[in-house]
Write a protein that binds this ligand. Structure first.
Ligand code: NAP
Ligand code: HSE
Length: 425
């Protein structure tokens, strides 16, 4: 029985999980993948760190030990970040080695470049773990659903923010309290900015949209907003409207181009994503043949993410054994423009305080009308000190019409505060 040798780049949360899963399945691997899989070297940053249960002889802090080992046919990159990961993956592919990576930061920017090298070299570059951790979504988009025209991919793809919003909604926790808990539980990154500002979800949306629509979407194409402005008051109103607030990544292939966005959205309690709680992730895909398909599970963590990496490893090993690596590389054969954010249409939920005087509501409504924003619902809430709180829900309107209306409203003397502006699905 043949043995495929692999180099592991990184032995942190995900790398540790991959190492343990490979150890756990050592005996079965030949039957499962058609060859034994042996880790022949592990690249780490700090060679002196104690690593329990790991053969110390495998550890190295020299890339040369991996790249110059001609017996290594597969490189598993789970170190993260752009550099040196980009250079190492390039060099591995150029040396004819196949690569499995979980690196969304890198793929959301340099996916095209790296896939082109893999294609040229007839090697595999697989990245199931880069989006939604343990949930199989990249292979379904690239292979299982390939017979569809996919028009929409919508998901909760960041566990930290979903955990925070769930705790704010269900337990009345403050944003800060819920973030501290998410950090304690290991969901949030050491620097949680990428999670709470929506950047992590934005990278995942770029990768999913590229595969779903067969056209390259990069991180810069994605309009990203985070959850830091969501308040207890917003949550209270969401409940009153039988809705929840979720950080949603949404990509659409419209007749006028691709839309790719991440922002908090009000979802009706009946929406399939509304019941995705805590750190769980889910992705809803709409295809012309299959209709709606939903994928649900753990989007991060040692073993869930290692599960996705292992699926790719087994695929690559099978391809190596069959001599057919490089079978599926870049699937972006179209060049669809990305729509300007200003032209994207959404419904909006707005909360504002205005003078409680005759004619104020009419003047607010006329500002919306003048900017082509059609109102579907107005609710007047508590009145204190001569100020009324208004909740306004609009029909679907273009972003720039809404932004112009908001700018205009903010200049009105009767408008005291625009508390929140949340899009509604
Ligand atoms: P991590 O715990 O920080 O581990 C990173 C590993 O890479 C460490 O072992 C570190 O070495 C090594 N490393 C970092 N920079 C290096 C360098 N310049 N040279 C050599 N080794 C280096 O990261 P992680 O959470 O496992 O994430 C790894 C990748 O998986 C990232 O791309 C991440 O986005 C992706 N991912 C993670 C999750 C998750 O749940 N954690 C989920 C999906 C995808 P030392 O051990 O010596 O410090
Ligand atoms: N910090 C990320 C999350 C980890 O919360 O989902 C996986 O990308």
């Amino acid at each position: 029985m043949r043995t495929v040798k692999a180099g592991l780049l990184g032995l942190g949360t995900v790398g540790g999980g991959v190492y343990k899963l490979l150890e756990r399945q050592k005996e079965e691997m030949a039957d499962k993948a058609g060859a034994n899989v042996e880790i022949a070297g592990i690249l780490v940053h700090n060679i002196n760190k104690k690593r329990e249960g790991v053969d110390a002889a495998l550890l190295t802090d020299r890339w040369e030990d991996i790249i110059e080992n001609e017996e290594i046919e597969l490189v598993i990159e789970v170190m993260g970040g752009i550099e040196p990961a980009r250079t190492l993956i390039r060099e591995a592919l150029l040396a004819g080695k196949s690569v499995v990576t979980a690196n969304k930061d890198l793929l959301a920017v340099y996916g095209e470049e790296l896939l082109a090298i893999a294609e040229e070299q007839k090697t595999d570059l697989l990245f199931e773990a880069a989006v939604a951790g343990g949930i199989p979504i990249m292979r379904p988009l690239r292979q299982c659903l390939a017979g569809n025209e996919i028009t929409e991919v919508m998901g909760i793809v960041n566990g930290t923010t979903n955990y925070i919003l769930t705790k704010m909604f269900e337990q009345g926790m403050s944003f800060e309290e819920a973030l501290a808990k998410a950090t304690e539980l290991g969901y949030a990154e050491a620097d949680p900015t990428a999670d709470i500002e929506g950047l992590d979800a934005g990278r995942k949306v770029a990768i999913m949209a590229s595969s779903a629509f067969h056209s390259r979407v990069v991180f810069d194409d994605v309009h990203v907003e985070g959850i830091t402005k969501i308040t207890a008051q917003d949550i209270k109103y969401a409940k009153e409207f039988d809705s929840v607030i979720k950080l949603v990544g949404i990509a659409r292939n419209t007749g006028e181009g691709v839309e790719a966005c991440v922002y908090p959205m009000l979802l009706s309690g009946e929406h399939p994503l509304a019941s995705v709680r805590n750190s769980f992730n889910a992705v809803l895909v709409h295809g012309d043949a299959v209709d709606d398909v939903m994928f649900y599970g753990r989007g991060a963590g040692e073993f869930p993410t290692a599960s996705a990496v292992m699926g790719d490893v087994i695929d690559v090993v099978r391809n190596i054994v069959c001599g057919c690596t490089g079978r599926i590389t870049c699937t972006c054969y179209r060049d669809i423009p990305v729509k300007k954010f200003d032209d994207i249409r959404n419904k909006f939920f707005l909360r504002m305080r205005a003078d409680d005087q005759p004619g104020v509501l009419a003047s607010i409504a006329s500002v919306f009308g003048a900017h082509k924003v059609s109102i579907s619902k107005v609710v007047q809430k508590i009145v204190t000190d001569g100020t009324a709180e208004l909740v306004i829900v609009t029909d679907a309107v273009k972003e720039y019409h809404m932004q112009n209306a908001l700018e205009h409203l903010m200049c009105m003397k009767a408008v005291k505060e625009i508390g929140s502006v949340i899009r509604e699905y």
